[in-house]
Ligand binder design. Structure first.
Ligand SMILES: Cc1cc2nc3c(=O)[nH]c(=O)nc-3n(C[C@H](O)[C@H](O)[C@H](O)COP(=O)(O)O)c2cc1C
Length: 324
C-alpha cells in the first residue's frame, strides 16, 4: 500500500482546487497533500474521464475526491484514479448541497454508515492506493456523538484508516453550502474525542484553521490538518509548511520567483488554447498584506479580462511585486 503523509493538506474545493490552482500551490509547498475538486462517479463514467482525471506530474502528492454512493461505480472510478497515478482517493461524505443530496452524495451519507462502509470496502478492493473519507461530525437529526462513533466505527470496520473531519455538523435543509461552512459551530472538542476513542485511526482536523501556529497546536492532538479557504485566499501561507510542519530545510523563495516559475506554465496553457484567467484567477491572494496588493488584484482580476495580451498584464503584476 502506498503511504501518503497527511500532516498538512489543502482541502478539496469545487471550482477552486482545479489543476491550474494545484499547479500554482505546488510551486509554494512541495509537501502539502493536494486534493482535487469533488468529481462525481457519473462525471467520470459517463463524461470526459480524461478531463476529470487530468493533472500535472508536479502536483503529487495528490488525492482525487469522489462523490457518489454506488459501490461498484466508486470502485471502478477508484481503479481509474489509481491507473491515472493519483496517490489517494477520498470519498466525500461532507458536502451538504441539495443538488448532490438528491443523488445520495455527500453529507447525507452520514445517515447510511453501512452503505459508506460497502463503498469503501469495494473501492479499496484491488487498488494499492489508500481510500479515505472526509465527513462532518453529524447532520441535523443525526448529530449525537454515539451516532458519529457508529459512523466512524462502521467505516473503519470496512478497512478505512484515515478520516478527515470537518468539525461541524451539516444542516441538510435550510442552509446553503456556503452557510453550512460558517453557521454550524466548530466543535474541535468532538473531533478530539474521536481521536481519543479511535487512537489507531488517522484523524485529520478540518474547519476554520487559519495559521501555521494553529496547525502546530492542533498537531499535538491530531494526525494532520486540512486547510481550505485560508490556503486559497492566502496561498503564501504555504511557504513555511514544508519547513515548519514537515521539518524540511527552509527553502528561500519569493513571491516573484513563484510567479516566474508559473510563467512558462501559463504560456504553455495559452498555447494549448486555455484562457489565461483560468490560471491567474487562483493567484489573486498571493499579494495579500502588501501595499501593492490592490494593484496586483486589479491587474489580474479586471485588466487581464479586457486585454488581448494577458502575458503583458501578468508581467506587469509580477513587476509590482518585485522583491517580495
Ligand atoms: C468554494 C468551496 C468549495 C468546496 N468544495 C468542496 C468539495 O468539493 N468537497 C469537499 O469535501 N468539501 C468542499 N468544500 C469544503 C472544504 O473542503 C472544507 O471542508 C471547508 O471549507 C472547511 O474548511 P476551511 O474552514 O479550512 O475552509 C468546499 C469549500 C469551499 C469554500
Amino acid at each position: 500500500m502506498n503511504t501518503v503523509n497527511r500532516r498538512f493538506s489543502v482541502a478539496p474545493m469545487m471550482d477552486w482546487t482545479t489543476p491550474e490552482c494545484r499547479y500554482f500551490l505546488r510551486l509554494i509547498s512541495k509537501r502539502a497533500l493536494l486534493y482535487t475538486e469533488m468529481v462525481t462517479t457519473g462525471a467520470i463514467l459517463y463524461g470526459d474521464s480524461a478531463r476529470f482525471l487530468r493533472h500535472d506530474q508536479s502536483e503529487h502528492p495528490l488525492a482525487l475526491q469522489l462523490g457518489g454512493s454506488n459501490p461498484a461505480d466508486l470502485a471502478t472510478c477508484t481503479k481509474m484514479a489509481a491507473a491515472a497515478g493519483f496517490d489517494e482517493v477520498n470519498l466525500n461524505v461532507g458536502c451538504p448541497s441539495d443538488r448532490v443530496q438528491n443523488n445520495m452524495i455527500g453529507a447525507c451519507l452520514m445517515a447510511h454508515p453501512q452503505l459508506v462502509a460497502d463503498c469503501v470496502r469495494q473501492m479499496q478492493d484491488g487498488v494499492d492506493i489508500p481510500v479515505t473519507v472526509k465527513h462532518r461530525i453529524g447532520i441535523n437529526g443525526r448529530d449525537s456523538y454515539a451516532q458519529l462513533c457508529d459512523f466512524v466505527g462502521t467505516v473503519r470496520d470496512a478497512g478505512c484508516t484515515s478520516f478527515t473531519v470537518h468539525a461541524r455538523i451539516a444542516i441538510l435543509e435550510g442552509l446553503s453550502p456556503k452557510e453550512n461552512r460558517d453557521i454550524p459551530p466548530l466543535r474541535y472538542d468532538i473531533a478530539a474525542q474521536l481521536k481519543t476513542d479511535f487512537p489507531d485511526l488517522e484523524i485529520i482536523l478540518n474547519g476554520g484553521i487559519k495559521t501555521l501556529e494553529q496547525c502546530t497546536e492542533h498537531l499535538q492532538t491530531f494526525d494532520g490538518v486540512m486547510l481550505g479557504r485560508e490556503a486559497y485566499h492566502n496561498p503564501w501561507l504555504l511557504r513555511n509548511v514544508d519547513h515548519q510542519l514537515f521539518g524540511d530545510a527552509q527553502r528561500e523563495i519569493s513571491r516573484t520567483e513563484v510567479l516566474q516559475q508559473l510563467r512558462p506554465y501559463l504560456l504553455q496553457y495559452m498555447e494549448q488554447g486555455g484562457k489565461a484567467t483560468h490560471v491567474t484567477r487562483h493567484i489573486l491572494g498571493l499579494a495579500q498584506g502588501f501595499p501593492g496588493a490592490r494593484r496586483f488584484r486589479q491587474l489580474l482580476s479586471a485588466d487581464i479580462y479586457k486585454t488581448d495580451d494577458p502575458i503583458q498584464i501578468f508581467d506587469q503584476a509580477v513587476i509590482g511585486l518585485e522583491g517580495r
